[in-house]
Design a protein around this ligand. Sequence first.
Ligand SMILES: CC(C)(COP(=O)(O)OP(=O)(O)OC[C@H]1O[C@@H](n2cnc3c(N)ncnc32)[C@H](O)[C@@H]1OP(=O)(O)O)[C@@H](O)C(=O)NCCC(=O)NCCS
Length: 166
Amino acid sequence: MPQSLSPALSQKERESRTWQRGDYSISTDRSRLNVELIHYFLSNVSYWAAGRSRDVVERSIENSLPFGIYNGNDQVGFARIVTDYATFAWVADLFVLPEHRGRGLSKWLMEVIVTHPRLHGFRRWVLSTKDAHGLYERFGFIKLHRHERWMERPDPNLKESPDYWR
Ligand SMILES: CC(C)(COP(=O)(O)OP(=O)(O)OC[C@H]1O[C@@H](n2cnc3c(N)ncnc32)[C@H](O)[C@@H]1OP(=O)(O)O)[C@@H](O)C(=O)NCCC(=O)NCCS
């Protein structure tokens, strides 16, 4: 049998978690996610993932730690964390539905994310945003330090939101 590289996650660490605030909750339970809504928002409303296919959305969620925001049972917000759980995390696809904005939900979600017990001790967190820098600055994000050391590899045939790269 191959030797495990690291101790297996305990059942407790694998369990989904829920945070409650009045009628709203945040959960990492994948079975609660409204994938249709997430796909609709990302593909039709967001500026960064316009046209993203359902298949890509599903795969992206499967391979991330997803967070849903709920009003009762209705999903009203989302974010997913791409991470190796050791050194690095990327905050991706964060949104709150328009009718639930301005109530502190994205600030609460970011607080839950940056204090999540499986998301700590990283050398670096990153994210990309067009205009929500002020939101993320509250949680310790800064503009790229030594940006000249960073590179990206955009897909030359990118179909998602070409505006984003301009
Ligand atoms: C950005 C977004 C997630 C904010 O959600 P929200 O739940 O309404 O935000 P909150 O009520 O928690 O407040 C956010 C705080 O960040 C600030 N902020 C900074 N940039 C902002 C922006 N572009 N949009 C909204 N708030 C912004 C707000 O002023 C507010 O601070 P305040 O409480 O001092 O007024 C939401 O507007 C959204 O989904 N927008 C479309 C998707 C998007 O742009 N996502 C970010 C991609 S990285």
